[in-house]
Design a protein around this ligand. Structure first.
Ligand code: ADP
Ligand code: GLC
Length: 490
């Protein structure tokens, strides 16, 4: 796994959760899994680490760069983790960006990281069957393997490239090719070029052996102009190699029966602890402590993708017209943060907001809320609605991407379903769907209880999806090796 995030060492969003949980599950199923991540200044020192004796070099156009490599294991797993220490590129705490925006040296940072990942395999004398790359940061890995490294010791490694979010593509100057010591002929639209620049995501999509993305619906959506962010034609071109596999969740880290972040445990059969969590949540976020009021939770990066500006638009009207409370945790866009801060100030006791990254509070919101709001414009998979359902918190979500594949629409009068879905990304839909959920809570409590039981009974573990990945790895390996056989017979 070549990955920019890996839970529990470092995570910005769900990518870190996904790679950590998938690696753990694959190792459990007997695969030899190794992960490499940069050692950012904010990486958590979990477990025992050992520095490798040999420095790891990467020969780039700016001159050779060297890193120290630390070795450890994924907690609770046999999977090995290598952390790449390089002060100038990774000493800062943030992963991709700070308040001033994306780092201007992101191309160099992640090209170095990607090259170092391949060089580590060479140094270890370890040839994996498959190198699994995650999002744009690792986009050049498959390109080297198809060109400069094709006849080298790693030439037989297949690549699987997972799209977690097509919105971020890693555009950089064409100098990036030279920096990576890749041949200049690659600078064309069927390789790495887009809009006169290098596009690392596109590079990965053209050159990897197989492509996956994190839900079947998103796999279809990204082949259309509305969701393709300019790369839908590439995805249609590679449609035969593109597979949508739904993310699972780490059912140990997210288990209401054992969650150390919750003040009280609960299970589907005994929800008393959930009431205690709700009271604790209301207290912590300055909401009126009232068991009868429904709490709508949000845990999210605050960006346009997540559609929370739509919620912000109607939040004053909702809390004025409905007896409902909001518990919101997030960081991101400054305007959105300001709007939320203002609404919390305007509606004390009804809207509680914390603008921070706080894993404990994220668990408490899942545990204590009754509903979980996700008005996403796009959502490749989404993990928070899965955590929510496991914690008996019903999603109120836009019907897009993985939300379609995981949330089953409530059928009023039957108690069937696990949440409340709406089609259009507009504020009216958000207002009325929250109204529908709220009315269900007050007017149809038996059906609300049934929905909660349905949600908690769903299986979102990795068992099945990890097997799907193993199957895709097999296809990728066979395709790569047959490419070699064909080459040899020509
Ligand atoms: P995305 O990766 O697009 O952000 P996901 O739903 O896949 O969306 O994953 C988000 C992950 O990040 C979840 O584990 C969620 O709990 C966590 N998260 C997001 N914002 C915060 C925050 N402010 N504090 C703590 N955890 C957060
Ligand atoms: C991305 C997506 C999110 C997905 C996560 C893990 O950050 O935005 O929908 O769940 O990756 O794959």
């Amino acid at each position: 796994m070549v990955t920019p995030e890996l839970d529990p060492f470092v995570k910005v969003g769900g990518l870190g959760d996904m790679v950590g949980a998938l690696a753990k599950q694959l190792a459990r199923q007997g695969h030899d899994v190794r992960c490499i991540i940069p050692l950012y200044g904010s990486v958590k020192r979990v477990g025992d680490w050992e520095a490798r004796g040999q420095p790891l070099g990467a020969d780039l156009a700016g001159g050779p760069e060297f890193a120290r490599v630390w070795e450890t294991r994924l907690p609770g797993s046999e999977a090995k983790v290598y952390l790449l220490e390089h002060e100038r590129f990774f000493g800062r705490p943030e992963v991709y960006s700070n308040a001033a925006g994306g780092f201007p040296d992101n191309d160099k940072r992640f090209i170095f990281f990607s090259r170092a990942a391949l060089n580590l395999c060479l140094q270890l004398g370890w040839t994996p069957d498959v190198i699994h790359c995650h999002d744009w940061t690792c986009g050049f890995v498959p390109v080297w393997l198809n060109t400069t490294d094709r006849t080298g010791p790693l030439g037989r490694c297949a690549t699987v490239f997972t799209i977690h979010n097509l919105e971020h593509q890693g555009y950089c100057h064409r100098h990036a090719l030279a920096y990576a010591k890749l041949p200049d002929w690659l600078f064309n639209a069927a390789n790495v070029e887009a809009c006169g620049a290098v596009n690392l995501m596109k590079a990965g999509l053209y050159h990897s052996t197989k492509i996956t993305t994190v839900s079947p619906t998103y796999a279809r959506e990204i082949q259309t102009p509305a969701f393709g962010f300019g790369l839908d034609h590439v995805l249609r071109f590679r449609a035969g190699d593109l597979i949508g596999i739904l993310n699972g969740i780490d059912t140990e880290a997210w288990n209401p029966a054992t969650d150390p972040h919750l003040p009280a445990a609960f299970t589907p059969d005994d929800l008393a602890g959930k009431a205690a969590c709700k009271a604790a949540l209301q207290r912590e976020l300055g909401l009126d402590v009232d068991p009868r009021k429904p709490v709508f939770g949000v845990v999210s990066r605050l960006f346009r993708q997540k559609g929370l500006d739509l919620l912000c638009e109607v939040l004053p009207a909702i809390v004025t017209n409905m007896q409902a409370q909001f518990a919101i945790l997030g960081t991101g866009d400054a305007d959105l943060e300001n709007d939320l801060r203002h609404t919390a100030w305007e509606f004390p006791g009804r809207v509680g907001v914390k603008l921070a990254f706080d894993n404990r509070l994220a668990h408490l919101i899942q545990g204590g809320a009754d509903f979980f709001v996700m008005p996403s414009r796009t959502e490749p998979c989404g993990l928070t609605q899965l955590y929510a359902m496991r914690y008996g918190t019903l999603p109120v979500a836009r019907a897009t991407g993985g939300l379609v594949d995981t949330v089953e629409q409530y059928r009023e009068g039957t108690g069937e379903g696990t949440g409340f879905l709406f089609e259009h990304a507009d504020e009216n839909a958000v207002y009325h769907t929250i109204g529908w959920a709220n009315a269900t809570y007050y007017d149809r409590p038996e059906e609300f209880a049934t929905l909660r039981a349905n949600a908690m009974a769903r299986d979102f573990s990795w068992t099945h999806s990890a097997e799907r990945y193993a199957q895709v790895y097999g296809w990728a390996r066979d395709a790569r090796l047959s490419g070699f056989a064909k080459h040899a017979s020509e």
